[in-house]
Design a protein around this ligand. Structure first.
Ligand code: GAL
Length: 811
């Protein structure tokens, strides 16, 4: 206790301090907070050096770059890289980043933070030679406060050491470096804390919904009194309801303020209409706005029901999800919002409505997009707990770091309406171990201490009653990885429990490569478990008929038929939406990326994409395959996926090859046809009326290139992308299905080639290049905008082919 007099002096000094600061707050930005993109102008060095953290270190000769940056993706494929083909066969290593920046003296009374979206793998950060901290989890977002160490009005240096040298530390491609965005955040001394709001909607009906906003306010000054005003705006930006808490005395360093706002006739967030409100929380003192903090709000109610499955806003919704790793194909791990958006658009177009962030917290931008685009996200924390799966896995850090990492993930992600499920682990090696009885409940307590509005699951590859995680009572949903044979026994094994297919299928395909299911001894519908590949020995390729799967998985159609049949099976997350770098099952080197995707690494759909589209999407679908270039006399299986029709008729060179109708649970129809060059035509009909027609012609020799940008206008923000598909065509415009022509690109204007690809899991050509061979007739060039408005000219040439060029506007 202070003597009374001293205390009084202290209070007076404190008040004076507050008064001195007030005009300053008023003079600064109205909102009271600035969040600055801190991605530009870093220096990078791959390799170690001495005294790099010191302010006097000379980095002038280091490479200059902008973040996000992944140095692994710039490297050369080799089976000897420590990540191994399972980790993408690209180099790891240790790298340093430095950024020199100034902070104006006018910021002297601000509190200044640096926010990292994610750094892979282990990071140490220094400001002006002062060590700020270490994080070993390469997928976690974190913040450091810089204020006490900054030179206001002077030069400051932030230094980041990134160590990804000890490998394997992951079962898939991780990337290396500051691969997510970085921000500099400036707030007043009274401000909403980091991830400082928690919005939930415990009562929702058609008439009204209660939105609870709990705000943590951080006080970095003596006790003070403020008003907290939260207003909810609708999607048109109209204020619809406000709540003011006046004269709140803040005395602790962090104070919590709870507000309940009732929204009348709420527009509910759903996968078809992902309607977002905004909660804007203002902290004011008199007329001065000390902080403005915006949280997106989706109003929705949901339950998982043991019998009825997933119910969203009172209606059953099947979760039609995909698991994805974090890499963006040839862009590597370096996050790019447009690249993420494109992936989600391709999935949405297929009818997919769910994403599992396997097996780690995702980039924050992914969740923003899922909120806007309507995905049901299973947000996953760990791939292992105390026992690892590879030598240098997170198990080395779990004991010391799991609480901090899990808390940070929940705090960061709990306001996203798209997040519906927390997964506290994938295929945890300790499922059968009594250690799970200790660890699982502890993790569940951590999650529930921060969010009680969502269920917890684990993705179990041992979904039996002996599973210790389920036994521990920690999970609300029983997650099955594979084991579709056990789905129909679910209620016997887990009476009264709720089901989620956390991971399913693991079927394998190479886009554009076909082995006739009818020719195989292991005939459809039996998965080829060994060898996985084609019996003709055509190299590391896998047939794309949906006739090959990993032995622990199933063909695509098999699992979907079951999920579709039973209401209690609330949904599935298919392994995987997109091919990813690493885990080239069923092969290893020279393969370096996966075959599991419904869509290849370049973003080109494989045929099975259209099976899902015909089942999941609303639009009419008719897809026939394979291509129509075979040796004369070869008997070919022709498959058709269709919907919105009751029959499909196939014609070869004008002659009908019969009408086929799906029977019972069928998801495709098939003809077996001796090849004859010409035109294959399929017509789908409903009640005799034509719904859709598709034709495939026998392609002639490769003659020309076609360039198809996904967007002709991109933003001049240095980040936006146009994905240009390259097609190798014959003289009549048919894609040449076996074309492998090397295409050379020239680019000028306000853009550059961010990367190239073709979806071939075996190619060792660099992704950062100005050439690419086609793979089954297709390739991809990703064009990134510079920061000046203008145009990009992309020209593609290939020996013996007519070239092509395209103009993309940069605005
Ligand atoms: C699962 C695992 C995934 C991936 C997949 C391949 O068991 O959870 O990470 O390895 O197998 O089929």
């Amino acid at each position: 206790m202070f003597p009374v007099k001293t205390q009084a002096i202290k209070v007076t000094v404190a008040l004076l301090f507050v008064l001195m600061l007030l005009p300053f707050y008023a003079a600064k930005a109205q909102s009271g907070r600035q969040t600055l993109d801190f991605d530009k102008g870093w220096r990078f060095h791959l390799g170690d050096d001495k005294n790099v953290e010191s302010t006097s270190f000379n980095d002038k000769l280091w490479r200059q770059l902008d973040l996000p940056h992944d140095w692994s993706i710039e490297g050369t494929f080799s089976k000897d890289n420590p990540a191994k083909p399972e980790g993408g066969a690209l180099p790891g290593g240790l790298g340093w980043y430095r950024k020199t920046f100034t902070i104006p003296t006018t910021d002297k009374n601000k509190i200044i933070y640096i926010d990292f979206g994610g750094v892979y793998q282990k990071s140490d950060v220094w400001i002006n030679g002062h060590h700020l901290g270490f994080r070993p989890n390469g997928y976690i977002s974190f913040r450091y406060e810089l204020t006490p160490y900054l030179k206001f009005g002077g030069t400051n240096v932030i230094v980041v050491k990134v160590d990804n040298s000890v490998q394997p530390n992951s079962r898939w491609y991780s990337g290396s470096g500051i691969y997510r965005n970085v921000w500099l955040v400036k707030t007043n001394r009274i401000a909403v804390n980091n991830w400082g709001t928690y919005v939930s909607t415990p009562r929702v009906n058609a008439q009204s919904a209660d939105v609870l906003v709990s705000t943590k306010v951080r006080l970095k000054m003596p006790a003070s009194s403020v008003n907290i005003n939260t207003t909810i705006y609708n999607a048109q930006g109209k204020a619809i309801v406000s709540n003011i808490k006046s004269n709140i005395t803040l005395s602790d360093s962090i104070s919590t303020v709870n507000q309940t706002l009732t929204v009348k006739s709420p527009v509910l967030w759903s996968v078809d209409q992902p309607y977002l409100y905004k909660a804007v929380t203002k902290i004011t003192q008199g007329k001065t706005v000390l902080d403005t903090y915006t949280t997106n709000v989706g109003i929705r109610s949901f339950v998982f029901d043991a019998d009825k499955g997933f119910i969203l806003n009172g209606k059953p919704v099947k979760i039609l999800g995909a698991c994805d790793h974090h890499d963006l194909g040839s862009l590597g791990a370096a996050v790019n919002t447009r690249a993420l958006e494109r992936q989600l658009q391709i999935l949405k177009e297929m009818g997919c409505n769910g994403i599992r962030t396997s097996h780690n917290p995702p980039a924050p931008e992914l969740l923003d997009l899922c909120d806007k685009m309507g995905f049901i996200v299973m947000d996953e924390a760990f791939d292992c707990w105390e026992k690892g799966k590879v030598d240098y896995d997170y198990h080395l850090y779990f004991k010391q770091w799991h609480k901090r990492d899990l808390e940070d993930q929940i705090l960061r992600d709990r306001n996203h309406p798209s997040v519906f499920i927390w997964s506290i682990g994938n295929e945890i090696p300790q499922q059968a171990d009594t250690a799970a009885l200790r660890i699982a409940p502890e993790l569940a307590r951590i999650v529930h201490s921060l969010d009680q509005s969502r269920p917890i699951t684990t993705a179990n590859d041992q979904p039996t009653k002996f599973n210790q995680i389920v036994k521990s009572g920690a999970v609300d949903l029983v997650g099955y990885n594979y084991h579709h044979q056990l789905y129909e026994k679910f209620h016997d094994d887990f009476p009264g429990m709720k089901f989620i297919g956390t991971e399913t299928t693991s079927a394998l395909e190479t886009r554009g490569f076909y082995d006739m299911p009818s020719d195989s001894i292991r005939r459809w519908p039996i998965a080829w478990d060994k060898p996985f590949s084609n019996p003709d020995g055509n190299g590391n390729v896998v047939s794309a008929y949906d006739n090959v799967s990993a032995p622990w998985g199933s063909l695509h159609e098999e699992t979907w038929k079951l999920i579709k049949k039973h209401n209690y099976l609330s949904g599935m997350y298919i392994w995987t939406g997109f091919d990813y770098l690493g885990e080239p099952t069923p092969y290893s080197w020279p393969s370096r990326s996966s075959y599991f995707g419904i869509i290849d690494l370049a973003g080109f759909p494989k045929d099975v994409y259209y099976m899902y589209q015909s089942e999941w999407a609303d639009k009419p679908v008719l897809h026939i395959f394979p291509h129509w270039n075979w040796k004369p006399g070869k008997v070919v299986d022709i498959w058709a996926y269709y919907n919105h029709a009751d029959e499909v008729e196939l014609f070869l060179n004008g002659k009908s090859l019969s009408v086929k109708k799906k029977q019972g649970e069928d998801l495709h129809v098939m003809w077996r046809v001796p090849f004859e060059a010409g035109t294959l035509k399929a017509v789908s009909r409903l009640n005799g009326k034509v719904v859709l027609t598709r034709t495939i012609n026998t392609a002639g020799k490769a003659a020309k290139i076609e360039l198809i940008p996904d967007r002709n206008n991109i933003k001049a923000d240095g980040k936006d992308l146009s994905f240009v598909t390259i097609k190798i065509l014959d003289k009549d415009g048919n894609v040449v299905p076996d074309a492998e022509n090397r295409v050379n690109f020239k680019i000028n204007g306000q853009g550059f080639i961010a990367s190239v690809d073709n979806g071939d899991p075996v190619s060792h050509d660099p992704f950062k290049a100005s050439y690419r061979k086609a793979f089954h007739g297709l390739a991809l060039a990703i064009i990134q905008a510079k920061e000046k408005a203008g145009a990009v000219n992309l020209t593609a040439e290939s020996e013996g082919l007519q070239g092509a060029s395209v103009v993309i506007k940069v605005k």
